[in-house]
Design a protein around this ligand. Sequence first.
Ligand SMILES: Cc1cc2nc3c(=O)[nH]c(=O)nc-3n(C[C@H](O)[C@H](O)[C@H](O)COP(=O)(O)OP(=O)(O)OC[C@H]3O[C@@H](n4cnc5c(N)ncnc54)[C@H](O)[C@@H]3O)c2cc1C
Length: 304
Amino acid sequence: MSDLDLINELKKLAGEGNVLCDEPMSKHTTFRAGGNAKYYVTVSDVKALKDVISHLQSKDIPFFLTGRGSNLLVSDKGYDGVILHPGSGYEDMSFSGNEVTTGAGASLISLAAAAADRGLSGLEFASGIPGSVGGAVFMNAGAYGGEIRDCLKIAEIFFYDGKLETYTPEELQLSYRHSCLKERPGCVLKAVFELNEDDPVIIRGRMEELRKKRLEKQPLEYPSAGSTFKRPEGFFAGKLISDAGLSGEHVGDAYVSEKHCGFIVNKGNASATDIHQLMVRVQSRVKECTGVTLEPEVIMLGEF
Ligand SMILES: Cc1cc2nc3c(=O)[nH]c(=O)nc-3n(C[C@H](O)[C@H](O)[C@H](O)COP(=O)(O)OP(=O)(O)OC[C@H]3O[C@@H](n4cnc5c(N)ncnc54)[C@H](O)[C@@H]3O)c2cc1C
């Protein structure tokens, strides 16, 4: 299939204005780094998503799903395939009693705020996590003692083998920054969260406390993807990195944050290669000094 035929087919399936070519992924990732996606397709409903995926599969064209790009490092060489992004049709939230049903593209921060306004508690931990609901389910995102599996009731998933299924957190095998979607790929379409009634003022108070903690401890003034590495059992990645003398270590404009060594930040024009090289340096120095292996939390896409 020629590039032009593919573009025309994608436009037919996803909508004329929803197909971008050679799109810089630095515009779609919170690291603000990385190369271009050959195609960047916004899918605004489930039909478009299924149709596009089935077409790409039939032509053997690689594709990758993104949410808000807040845990993603795309290679400087770019991505030679189709980036699929759930668009505005995936952002609806509807509340009923103590449950909220939300599209996978909705912002987790907006969801936590909307729940707080309605006097629903349980998502306070998520109020500073700048991802989408879909990305948060995929990662089992968590902070300050809370995580998605604590309040998720069910998620509707379109698996790339063609099955549409509704999974509980147990079926999703949610554990520390893990879901079964890492092994059996699929797209979270929507999620239902079960929350607890509480006073909106008290919920807001808890969120404010967490916001202050983040501001005080995390280098939010610079682009990053949050914690670069997972927390190794029994340790804190940031402390291991700091103890290995790596605070302020840098490759180009990619720095180990002096404020929180668990974050690699982009202090200017860091490339994905700079960030990746710094990650490798940190891993090898920490291993040398402490014997602990740091595993990236950040998802890497493309060739490094
Ligand atoms: C400043 C900052 C602070 C952060 N703090 C935290 C924190 O406290 N706790 C925490 O856990 N994380 C944190 N993160 C990381 C990040 O926000 C989370 O991992 C978030 O869940 C990623 O969501 P996303 O939509 O941005 O996913 P993306 O980065 O777009 O994608 C990440 C992965 O999720 C998959 N994915 C995305 N959407 C879907 C979907 N609909 N269905 C299936 N898979 C999907 C992608 O394919 C990819 O593999 C932080 C990031 C930043 C920049």
